[in-house]
Design a protein around this ligand. Structure first.
Ligand code: NAP
Length: 400
């Protein structure tokens, strides 16, 4: 039922490289709730920047969530996944996870179906955004969170179910492990393959972007063969594959990236007390889930936090926030998180200049104190709606 656009060309992936035409077709999902506010605002900004750098995006609407259910009778039609696979890149608004829709989470399903194994979130301070830190400008991180394993693999059994009792009985019989019979049971797989590929991605990023350190975050003191193995495999990749670029902590050399590790609970307090010591962070799924929202909170919260889900030659770009249903359709919320997700998308396409322009224009706008309600309630300024904020960003784009 989806009809591909007649204009525009496909992004290709050959020999490990993205080949991006000047006029790529880029699928987008509006999303549920405030998706109807932030997605059009973002598209407008990205079109403007693309034009400024001599490119054109041919947008292709694809569907997921409530809109997809209305049109296709499915929250996540196969055609949507196929379109992202075909065009390699997509911009995505937030999605409600339907209760009883057959998916744990649409977002998780998209990541797993497309093997988008890394959730990558830059976290840095934008001047003028309220922060709980005294020196929020010291926060400048990029967090790589493994997307496909750990507790998000979704392998668990309900307490009292036949399957769960079988698992409990198997563990008792084969390994002498006693688990209370009324327990629910979950599995936490962490593989060498998935660990090494995400650590590899994080280190490559650090090298290409002149970052100073890569920190492996884990809970290996308690879970030795999952979290602890994540740490071991992480060091293995760093030292065996990137030996020319990497040194371990205590062996610092100028121009080399330091690889270090921290236990997750310690990492939380260190990010609060000594954020400038951290740069690129790579971690397993659940640690990354908590850590990246906490880090976003340090620099002003969900309204401004962008994210990307990256696989080999494929990426889906989306704001960190959800659908905030109480604000849906009110032209009220902050589109910054999604606009900055667009900046990540431009970077992924190799349009670095465009990505810089987007970031700069957003920073200029907030610095001019043109802000949506979420920032306004803390610091005042000129209160504007979602689309008016995007228009102010566009005006700044013209002045860059
Ligand atoms: P949420 O939608 O992110 O909203 C929580 C609060 O964060 C909002 O009430 C609002 O705070 C603030 N907020 C979020 N986006 C904002 C924006 N653009 N501008 C300004 N403030 C913003 O989280 P939730 O209420 O926990 O989740 C709602 C639904 O979204 C759930 O169905 C969940 O599954 C889904 N979700 C989807 C994704 C995704 O698609 N990637 C991610 C997370 C959650 P105030 O009320 O203080 O103004």
């Amino acid at each position: 039922m989806l009809k591909d656009p007649e204009d525009g060309r496909r992004i290709e992936y050959r020999d490990g490289k993205l080949m991006v035409p000047k006029n790529p077709v880029i699928p987008f999902i509006v999303g549920d709730g405030i998706g109807v506010d932030v997605t059009p605002a973002t598209v407008k900004v990205l079109d403007e920047v693309a034009e400024k750098i001599g490119r054109e995006i041919v947008w292709f609407e694809i569907y997921a969530g409530e809109k997809a259910y209305k049109i296709f009778g499915s929250y996540l039609p196969e055609e949507t996944i196929d379109a992202i696979r075909r065009y390699r890149v997509a911009l995505k608004g937030p999605l409600t996870t339907p209760v009883g829709g057959g998916y744990r989470s649409l977002n998780v399903a998209i990541r797993q179906m497309l093997d988008l194994y890394a959730c990558v979130r830059p976290v840095y301070y934008i001047r003028g955004v309220p922060s709980p830190l005294r020196n929020p400008e010291k926060v400048n991180l990029v967090i790589f969170r493994e997307n496909t394993e750990d507790v998000y693999a979704g392998i668990e059994w309900k307490s009292g179910s036949e399957e769960c009792l079988k698992v409990i009985e198997f563990l008792r019989r084969e390994f002498g492990i006693e688990i209370r019979r009324d327990s629910g049971v979950g599995l936490k797989p962490i593989s060498e393959f998935a660990t090494k590929r995400i650590v590899r991605m994080a280190i490559r990023y650090a090298i290409e972007n002149n970052r100073k350190s890569v920190t492996i975050v884990h809970k290996g003191n308690i879970m030795k063969f999952t979290e602890g193995a994540f740490r071991e495999w992480g060091y293995e990749v760093a030292l065996e594959e990137f030996g020319d670029y990497i040194v371990t902590e205590g062996q610092e050399e100028s121009n080399k990236i330091v690889i270090k590790d921290r236990i997750a609970d310690n990492m939380f307090q260190q990010l609060l007390t000594r954020p400038s010591e951290y740069d690129v962070i790579v971690t397993s799924n659940l640690n990354g889930d908590y850590l990246s929202d906490m880090a976003a909170g340090l620099v002003g919260g969900l309204g401004i936090a962008p994210s990307s889900n990256i696989g080999d030659g494929m990426g889906v770009f989306e704001p960190v926030h959800g659908t905030a249903p109480k604000y849906a359709g009110k032209n009220k919320v902050n589109p910054t998180a999604m606009i900055l997700s667009g900046a990540l998308m431009f970077e992924f396409l190799g349009w670095r200049e465009g990505s810089e322009i987007i970031r700069k224009a957003v920073e200029m706008t907030i610095d001019q104190r043109i802000v949506t309600y979420d920032i306004h309630r803390h610091v005042g300024g000129k209160l504007v709606g979602t689309m008016e904020f995007a228009d102010a960003v566009i005006e700044n784009i013209h002045s860059i």
